[in-house]
Design a protein around this ligand. Structure first.
Ligand code: NAG
Ligand code: NAG
Ligand code: NAG
Ligand code: NAG
Ligand code: NAG
Ligand code: NAG
Ligand code: NAG
Length: 447
């Protein structure tokens, strides 16, 4: 059999506009009550949150075990103003009790940390600042505390960071669009224009997508723990919930006597999910691809129609412990059909694949990895000339009284669905594999 192989991808589609990156801003964690005067007391355990302005629930929480006792200034209601110079932080109170509590608990000799979250001169806009205090001075009349201090990075100021991000588990596909932030759900819906030529190499081969449509919804959440003391990633896991469906009708015109390999792929499309400067930068890449392997023994036109849908695919990815990674769901529904125009041995194996890649950069590049999963559904359609000697017709449905296909042609169709997990620099593994025999029948070709 002469074989013509090609791989076509949906380079023409752009996901731009389909996905909105959401900017997160520093916010006070909702579990902290600003009016509690104890918030003014230095503690080595602080929680910092970030949220999209329209959300009540933070999409990123960072709990830091600080190297020195620390005051989160934004958590104190009676601090009315914070001003910085390169070497100082000036804190103004509007309440004598809080001022006195600070004066009584903030070490005069310094060696404690102030965290600022005030636009302007203390920290870059929309970021927080960490200041290690060297010495304090107090003014009872103005209720001002002035700290001589130097700015630090998160890594310098803390021993251990725990970062959790994302949101609740995926909602049903029909409701997904309503559950955007903070669940970090990406809804994607695309269709190729009808009759899009995917691959053309005249006069040998033309492949068109008569129709092609994809829909997907993906939700992310995750957790990591990093020790600055040991320079060690102690925990890192993600949950990705996915639903998708794809339906494609391909037609291929194959000229006999041609045999070559084509590869045509699109670069991954990446989107920043959120970026908390210096803490975490998370962006998924999504790649939809369609393609096929085609082989034919004679000039022939082939059409194939297939669809695959997945309602509920969940995966837990433990980057450090492969054995703890697991899936649930991932049972696809599918359909496939194919026709050929002439009596020829033909193989047409179309596939659709969706790759979700979470590129994650944590703590200003201390951890930089990508992890994700790719799903690939492949439909294998083999048209067999059954009249020839030695063709095994075991299991073929529709044989005539002579045990033959009366038209001399049979089709065998199989469906294959794989979910592969990859955590760059740690491991790659096949998480899930699903196979089904769709058809094994005598076949009559289109005249
Ligand atoms: C087609 O090309 C492949 C790879 O070059 C080769 O293995 C195969 O035998 C060729 N088939 C025909 C029919 O020429
Ligand atoms: C917050 O999320 C909503 C909906 O997801 C979006 O429309 C809005 O632009 C986001 N706001 C910011 C500041 O990113
Ligand atoms: C730090 O505070 C958080 C939230 O209040 C709490 O869940 C966590 O257990 C504390 N960690 C330590 C080490 O005290
Ligand atoms: C600062 O405080 C930390 C912990 O509270 C302590 O380990 C360190 O020795 C102190 N450094 C100075 C210079 O006092
Ligand atoms: C962050 O903390 C708040 C308050 O405890 C909680 O409601 C929210 O779900 C947390 N967000 C994440 C991503 O863990
Ligand atoms: C493609 O054609 C079908 C009918 O064959 C129609 O239902 C569908 O809306 C068309 N899609 C596009 C994107 O034009
Ligand atoms: C195959 O041919 C039959 C009969 O003409 C038609 O009903 C069906 O839609 C065709 N299927 C494909 C995938 O072209």
């Amino acid at each position: 059999m002469k074989s013509t192989w090609f791989k076509a991808a949906t380079a023409i589609v752009s996901l731009a506009g389909a996905v909105a990156a959401s900017d997160v801003l520093p916010v006070l964690c909702p579990s902290i009550d600003k009016t509690i005067i104890d918030n003014v007391l230095p503690s080595t355990n602080v929680t910092l949150s970030w949220a999209n302005t329209t959300d009540a629930v933070p999409s990123v929480n960072v709990t830091l075990e600080m190297s020195a006792p620390t005051v989160l200034l934004e958590a104190v209601a009676s601090i009315s103003n914070v001003d910085c110079s390169p070497n100082s932080v000036e804190v103004t109170f509007n309440d004598l009790d809080a001022f006195s509590a600070a004066r009584g608990s903030w070490p005069e000799a310094g060696n404690f940390t102030l965290i600022t979250n005030h636009l302007g001169d203390c920290d870059a806009e929309l970021e927080r600042g960490f200041f290690l205090v060297n010495s304090m001075s107090w003014c009872d009349e103005t209720l001002k505390a002035t700290a001589q201090a130097k700015s630090q990075t998160v890594a310098e100021a803390s021993d251990i960071a725990e970062i959790s991000f994302g949101g609740p588990a995926a909602a049903p596909l029909s409701k997904r669009a309503l559950v955007l932030d903070p669940s970090l759900t990406i809804p994607v819906s695309l269709a190729l224009p009808n009759d899009t030529t995917l691959f053309s190499y005249p006069p040998y081969l033309t492949v068109a997508a008569d129709e092609a449509a994809f829909n997907a919804a993906l939700t992310f959440s995750g957790y990591l723990k990093y020790s600055f003391l040991k320079f060690k990633l102690e925990d890192l896991y993600f949950d990705i919930d996915a639903a998708f469906d794809a339906s494609v009708t391909l037609s291929a015109s194959v000229a006999a006597g041609y045999n070559n390999t084509f590869t045509y792929a699109t670069p991954a499309l990446t989107y920043p999910l959120f970026n908390v400067p210096g803490i975490i930068n998370l962006g998924p890449g999504l790649e939809f691809a369609i393609g096929a392997e085609v082989g034919a023994s004679a000039a022939v036109d082939v059409t194939t129609e297939f669809g695959v849908a997945l309602k509920d695919g969940n995966v837990h990815i433990d980057a450090l412990n492969q054995a703890s990674s697991s899936t649930s769901g991932w049972v696809p529904t599918y359909k496939a059909a194919a026709n050929i125009s002439a009596n020829a041995e033909v193989e047409i194996n179309p596939f659709v694949s969706l790759t979700v890649e979470v590129a994650i950069e944590v703590l200003g590049g201390m951890i930089d990895l990508s992890t994700g999963l790719s799903t690939k559904s492949t439909f294998t359609n083999d048209f067999l000339l059954t009249a020839g000697a030695g063709v095994d017709l075991t299991g073929v449905v529709g044989l005539d009284a002579q045990g033959q296909c009366s038209n001399g042609l049979a089709i065998k169709s199989d469906f294959d669905f794989d979910v592969d997990l990859f955590v760059t620099q740690f491991y790659n593994t096949k998480l899930w594999e699903y196979q089904a025999k769709i058809a094994d029948v005598c076949y009559s070709w289109e005249q």
